[in-house]
Design a protein. Structure first.
Length: 223
């Protein structure tokens, strides 16, 4: 049953993933100098043939916007989508613990985000490290800020999922988890020694968000 649920989640999120991949492809292609839509660039992105990969041109900023949109869309689709169609009533009354069902949904959604958001970074880095592709120095350490954003936005995914799970009005307190996760994910970017202190804060935040999601699934009345 859990495998069937995971396949269901993949089917229902595939369109979101494909849409994100199209935008990522445009971002990476433009960064490489192959603009698929002449004259159109993503918000915050300023391509320049002379910028150093991952350092100039706004790649990290645009990656943040696109990845945040992907994380929010996935989290809301997996939670609000079930509530709108009343399928939570069916799913959470199966002879399986609610926590296990929600864990499968979270693992599947997080997996889709992690795979999709990693591809543009890896592809752009592969291009940047290839000889004779650009007249700029490059080191793999230049990709660390992009990976930092990539990891941090897992909190935004969990915040979106929790907002979709909670009862309440959208213009009231329901969006607080998403707003808090997004704000904290942004604030921890400034923490020094990020891959020790910042990552530790992110892990703690994700644990708290996941615990609240499981608590909401266990205690909310979906009948």
């Amino acid at each position: 049953m859990l495998k069937t649920l995971a396949l269901k989640e993949l089917r229902e999120t595939i369109l979101i993933a494909l849409a994100a991949l199209v935008v990522y492809a445009h971002l990476v292609g433009t960064s490489m100098g192959f603009n698929s839509l002449p004259g159109y660039y993503l918000p915050g992105f300023y391509p320049d043939a002379h910028v150093i990969p991952f350092v100039g041109g706004g790649f990290r900023e645009t990656l943040t916007l696109v990845s945040a949109g992907l994380a929010i869309a996935l989290g809301l689709r997996q939670s609000v989508g079930e509530s709108v169609r009343d399928t939570f009533v069916f799913l959470l009354h199966r002879p399986v613990r609610r926590e296990r069902l929600i864990a499968v949904k979270l693992l599947t959604g997080a997996g889709v985000y992690l795979v999709c958001a990693a591809l543009p970074i890896l592809l752009y880095a592969w291009w940047a490290v290839t000889p004779r592709t650009h007249a700029s120095p490059f080191s793999w350490s230049m990709t660390l800020p992009a990976w930092q954003v990539y990891v941090s936005l897992t909190a935004v995914y969990l915040g979106a999922f929790l907002s979709g799970m909670r009862p309440g009005r959208w213009i009231g307190t329901r969006l607080w988890p998403l707003a808090a996760a997004g704000g904290l994910a942004w604030r921890i970017q400034a923490i020094p020694c990020w891959w020790v202190l910042g990552l530790g804060a992110l892990v703690l935040m994700n644990v708290v968000l996941t615990a609240n999601i499981l608590f909401a699934a266990r205690n909310r009345d979906y009948s």
